[in-house]
Design a protein around this ligand. Sequence first.
Ligand code: DOR
Length: 435
Amino acid sequence: MNQAPTTTGPTIAIIGGTVVDRHGERRADVHVADGHIVDPSAMESWEPDTTVDATGLVVCPGFVDLHTHLREPGREEAETIETGSRAAALGGYTAVVAMPNTDPTQDCVSVVEFVRRQGIAAGLCDVHPSGSITVGRQGTQLTPFAELADAGVTLFTDDGNGVQNPQLMRRAFEYSNSLGVTMAQHCEVEALTGGAVMHEGECCSHLGLPGWPSLAEELMVHRDIELVRLTGAPAHFLHLSTAGSVDLVRRAKADGLPVTAEATPHHISLTDELLRSYSAIYKVNPPLRTMDDVEAVRAGLADGTIDAIATDHAPHVSESKERPLDQAPPGMVGLETSLGVALAHLDMPLVDIIAALSWKPAGIARLGDRHGRDVESGSPANLTVFDPNEEWEVVPALLASKSHNTPFVGVPLRGKVRHTILDGTFTVLDGKATR
Ligand code: DOR
């Protein structure tokens, strides 16, 4: 005879919320035990240790960030895996893909294993290291893809730089295809962007600053789409920022090519006009573009051309961001504000916004067995509970990230994370990190 299961670990009841997952929206209570979502009616006894009132709140699969710079090893003054993971949890993330531009580079198994172990030790979200495409991200020699894939790497990128050499990139696609891993490209033809500090356009000419033309991104998107057509290997396009790139990906998808793309919160909300302040807080790579580009990227998200919202969380110490524009590093923190920016700036059904924050990126990173799963009995309890209507403003000093280089000060945000649950345990409870 079948015995009803009993629980041994902590138990949670999330009562009165609106569940949103692939099936859409519905009113449902969610129960968690032993790291999974459970059905209490099928259990011998049910006594929750913690009951959360989710009236007016959304309960959904945890968010997955395809694009997080955690800086460790090498630049722990800007972020550590622990502080970045805490920021991620507070932003509703249960998994992040750690970018490889660390020092040393994530180009070999030992560094990748180090990053993974630090993530486990922090225990605030799943830290899934990417591997670099080329050794030291130098663009000349491929990394040992097979060894890295054996060590669990599913996404390869030289992010911070694009792979300039088309022959090397062709080989990268060919090898990746046989290994079941994805190449993720930072699209920038560097011959066109040397010395650039902002988008090349009217505003840039007016300010007399060196510009980063849209073409530099679009040429590489186009090249890689053609390499995908040639090799059949999947490609993911990182942080797309121009109307032309969105069009190229839209057409590639219509051709049935296995391409996916992401956009950042800042590219759906901010424009190059902000550089009139000469403040390096607005310097980012690829740069903030025009309102036409912002609208095209939003439209790309709305029609599914762009699959995911990814933060490009790029912490930098304040001294470096206080330098003049030409000397300051590009990048903005984003893990704790992405939901608030997305809900404030996207005119899309809630379920589609959550898809772009959760199950779609989980699929691209091949983390769909643990993350982005439907909110139903048997799924791992990796969940986010948020208030979709709370309006708030970011206070940089209150960010959990070690760096406070956010461009969203004074920008009204909507949507705030209340609770994040990883493997059935709160990493965030009532808006506060639990560790
Ligand atoms: O603005 C950026 N900052 N873009 C990148 O591609 C890299 C990142 C960083 O690592 O700081």
